[in-house]
Design a protein around this ligand. Structure first.
Ligand code: GDP
Length: 301
């Protein structure tokens, strides 16, 4: 139900459009396909994916000799679920079997990185894990304080240095603290300034090196946080970061704030990296593990 509430804007635009189409048009003809195409592209599903989807529907219509538009609706939802299937990739968090798990969060400013870290700290704490936060964004004014606010809210400690400090040094401190305090999961914030990309990528690489020196199999996850309301822009950020950093998963925030939730499908189609979590609001418990069937189900029922 969280999914259903959080996706209400997408439901309203996308599903109502589709339902309206299916109720108005009884017959499957070229105009029907054109209208369907428009609705899907309008929801940010992505042109390539929409073309592929429509082609597949045409094949089914021919194969099954479907004439009534209504008979196509369940096939459309099935196809959407299939498009979202993660395939071989694991969509759950990679948690170390024993010892410390290190999760690194990357992404540009404003996408909801700090909020996501706060929400995930809460989620892991609920699961009985001991969590620690590392204030690795020493660049953006207010980033450290904002993370501390979340730490207090959730009830987990934050390891920090002063603003402007070397993020790799903060990470080193955080790793030592995590070890001595028997922490299960260390969630690390990083800077997200988009100007000066090279420096940011170098900074991230230095952070990786510090982490690997301490724990060779870490970071266990590198999660890129993306703002769903930025649509296709989120997709280009995903491509940029995946070229430069070893991403293991995506977090798509602010799905509650957009009618273009189809971006989830576009990202799934164009990236090899799975969406592992979605943000459906600003509160502590508004982070949901991503489940493709639940997602499509929430859209259509
Ligand atoms: P950061 O710069 O990437 O750390 O971004 P913040 O965590 O500060 O988030 C930027 C804004 O987006 C804040 O106002 C958050 O409350 C808001 N935000 C983050 N995630 C979500 C979400 O899933 N839904 C909504 N509606 N707002 C969100």
């Amino acid at each position: 139900n969280k999914f259903k509430d959080g996706l209400s804007k997408t439901r309203n635009a996308f599903v109502e459009g589709i339902e309206d189409l299916f109720s108005r048009r009884k017959k499957i003809d070229e105009e029907f396909y054109e209208e369907l195409e428009e609705i899907l592209i309008g929801a940010d599903v992505g042109v390539n994916t929409v073309m592929k989807l429509i082609d597949e529907l045409r094949v089914e219509v021919r194969k099954q000799k479907i004439e009534e538009a209504a008979a196509l609706q369940p096939i459309l939802s099935e196809k959407l679920v299939a498009l979202l299937q993660p395939g071989e990739v694991k969509t759950t968090l990679n948690i170390a079997e024993s010892g410390l798990t290190v999760i690194l969060f990357v992404g540009v400013n404003g996408v909801g990185k700090t909020t996501t870290i706060g929400k995930m700290a809460h989620m892991l704490k609920q699961e009985g894990k001991k969590v620690l936060l590392a204030a690795g964004d020493t660049f953006r004014a207010g980033a450290i304080e904002q993370l501390e606010v979340w730490g207090q809210r959730v009830g987990v400690d934050v390891i920090k240095q002063q603003s402007g400090a070397d993020p790799a040094a903060v990470m080193f401190d955080a790793l030592q603290a995590a070890k001595t305090r028997n922490v299960d999961v260390l969630l690390c914030d990083t800077a997200g300034r988009l100007q000066n990309k090279t420096n940011l990528m170098e900074e991230l690489n230095k952070i990786y090196r510090v982490i690997r020196r301490e724990i060779p199999e870490a970071p266990h996850e590198v999660l890129l946080v993306l703002d769903a309301t930025t649509g296709q822009n989120a997709l280009s950020q995903a491509k940029l970061f995946s070229d430069k950093t070893g991403l293991t998963g995506l977090v798509l925030t602010k799905l509650d704030g957009t009618a273009k939730g189809g971006i989830v499908i576009a990202i799934r189609q164009e990236m090899d990296i799975p969406v592992k979590f979605v943000g459906l609001g600003e509160k502590m418990d508004d982070l949901q593990p991503f489940d493709s069937e639940q997602f499509v189900h929430a859209l259509f029922t």
